[in-house]
Design a protein around this ligand. Structure first.
Ligand SMILES: *[C@@H]1O[C@H](CO)[C@@H](O)[C@H](O)[C@H]1NC(C)=O
Ligand SMILES: *[C@@H]1O[C@H](CO)[C@@H](O)[C@H](O)[C@H]1NC(C)=O
Length: 497
């Protein structure tokens, strides 16, 4: 199924006699990403509203590994000119940023638009475009207005209306210049990880109900924002809209677990992608049945994963212009044994599937507890997605490595080489139409529950310096060279920084 002949050949031959084609397709787009709460700081500047992350970090500092928060972070609210400079230094084609909903709409509702919030994003967008860099904008990267959380947040079906009102404001203000939109970043984290584990804001633990209510509301919110763009803004602006899902690749621990692994893929990815990208729409049938059985065993008398009406199935189906894929890691899966206990799915277990997950012993660990390096996973994921949803356009919207501090990050360069090589194989051997790649992340930032000590950046940020000095790592030089040549240099070594 995976034709590895070229890889094998290259492994045994010297580099010069190797025939592996390491060039990316012409016009391939290269970018880097950040998210508002992770970089902006200025949490209470001007009339900005409070977000669930402001509230969570202030009320529960003990839940962040190093007791830090995003109050200042990279201070990009003030240092955005430097951020653009870094994008120029790297030669990025696009910069993926997110808008803070409570910065633009302090009350959470569209009754009042913040002038300062609007100006901030206008400056950033215009500044990028002046340098020939496309703004690639995410509407929602986890910083829900606290005012809306107080009304139930993602568990309240009305959130889809609140979200589409916000999307309308953003399309109206910025749509003339922004041609790439992501509605929502990683529903899997917003619903499953938040409600299963409480590790992230708003830290409401409701692993039987809240996660599943959230799932349908997130999908509907995305679909509404897509339909709005399609009907009212696309005719003028001709942009592209999608949702960025988080992908964990699952392989069976033993061949007997193949069906379970497929169910785990549906539970992690299909739950959020099948309604949108599949030909039939709706929930993945096997998963809907498995979750129905799970809830009736627990004594619930109605489905907790809310069914779609036929009308909703049609409304949601096809609400994409490309497939946006965030991918970092993989797991092996097996059925749980009698009496085994479960951790917060999906990073440890899959309680709804009565299954346990683990990493292979050969997969290197990283600084993030959930993250094991498995480059082949991204290729298998891409092939699976093409098999499921057809020959559509794929953009990798996040991929990167977390490490300790330090400029000499050869581990990060090695990670990028290995993952990008697998992406090339998916393109060339498997015919997957990947048209762009986004490094997570442009610079070290506030890494959610891991705080500031867990580094993903191409640029190092000095968080002890009031000026938040940004310095390129070896990987920044690697990435700049990659973009310039559009070719993966497996021998790339950066001797001088
Ligand atoms: C904003 O928050 C900081 C703490 O991060 C605090 O010192 C400052 O007084 C606050 N400013 C306003 C205007 O509330
Ligand atoms: C990939 O998708 C893009 C965007 O839809 C399209 O222009 C291009 O022709 C596709 N490439 C291939 C090889 O199918």
């Amino acid at each position: 199924m995976y034709r590895n002949s070229i890889v094998v050949l290259c492994a045994v031959l010297t580099v010069t006699s190797c025939t592996e084609d390491l060039t990316f397709p012409p016009g391939f787009l290269w970018g880097a990403a950040t998210a508002a709460y992770q970089v902006e700081g200025a949490w209470n500047a001007s009339d900005k509203g409070e977000s669930v992350w402001d509230r969570f970090c202030h009320e529960h500092p003990e839940k962040i590994a190093d007791l830090t928060n995003g109050d200042v972070a990279c201070d990009s609210y003030h240092l955005w000119k430097r951020d653009i400079e870094m994008a120029v230094e790297l030669g990025l084609h696009f910069y993926r940023l997110s808008i803070s909903w409570p910065r633009l709409l302090p009350s959470g509702f569209s009754n009042h638009i913040s002038e300062d919030g609007k100006n901030y994003y206008n400056n950033l967008i215009d500044g990028l475009l002046e340098k020939g860099i496309e703004p690639f904008v995410t509407l929602y990267h986890w910083d829900l207005p606290q005012s809306l959380q107080d009304l139930g947040g993602w568990a309240n079906p009305l959130v889809a209306d609140w979200f589409v009102d916000y999307a309308r404001v953003a399309y109206t203000l910025f749509g003339d210049r922004v041609k790439w939109w992501i509605t929502i970043n990683e529903p899997l984290i917003i619903c499953d990880v938040v409600y299963n584990s409480g590790l992230l804001a708003p830290s409401i633990i409701s692993p039987e109900v809240g996660n599943h209510l959230c799932t349908k509301n997130v999908v509907m919110a995305h679909a509404k924002a897509y339909r709005l763009y399609d009907e009212e803004f696309r005719p003028k602006y001709h942009g592209k809209v999608s949702v960025a899902n988080h992908h964990i690749w699952f392989d069976p621990l033993s061949p007997a677990d193949a069906e379970l692994a497929e169910l785990a893929r549906e539970n992690c990815v299909g739950k959020y992608s099948h309604p949108i990208y599949s030909k039939t729409g709706g929930w993945p049938p096997a998963l809907e049945k498995a979750l129905g059985d799970y809830h009736s065993k627990l004594g619930y008398t109605r489905p907790i994963l809310q069914p779609f009406t036929q009308q909703e199935i049609e409304y949601v189906r096809g609400t994409y212009d490309f497939y946006a894929l965030n991918q970092y890691t993989s797991r092996l899966i097996r059925p749980a044994r009698e009496g085994e206990t479960f951790g917060p799915w999906p990073f440890a277990d899959a309680i709804q599937l009565n299954a346990k997950t683990q990493a292979d012993k050969s997969w290197p660990t990283t600084l993030s507890f959930w993250f094991f390096v498995h480059p082949e996973g991204i290729r298998r994921q891409l092939v699976w997605l093409k098999q499921q949803y057809g020959d559509i356009e794929f953009v990798i919207t996040e991929n990167g490595l977390s490490t300790q501090a330090g400029l000499d990050d050869h581990d990060r360069i090695d990670y990028y080489k290995k993952y990008l090589r697998q992406i090339l194989l998916a393109i060339k051997e498997d015919g997957v139409n990947v048209t762009g790649y986004t490094a997570w992340t442009l610079m070290d930032n506030f890494e959610w529950m891991d705080g500031l000590s867990n580094k993903f950046g191409l640029y190092e940020v000095d968080f002890n310096n009031p000026l938040r000095t940004r310095t390129p790592r070896a990987s920044a030089h690697f990435y700049r060279n990659l973009i310039k040549t559009n070719k993966l240099d497996l021998g790339f070594v950066q001797d001088e920084l």
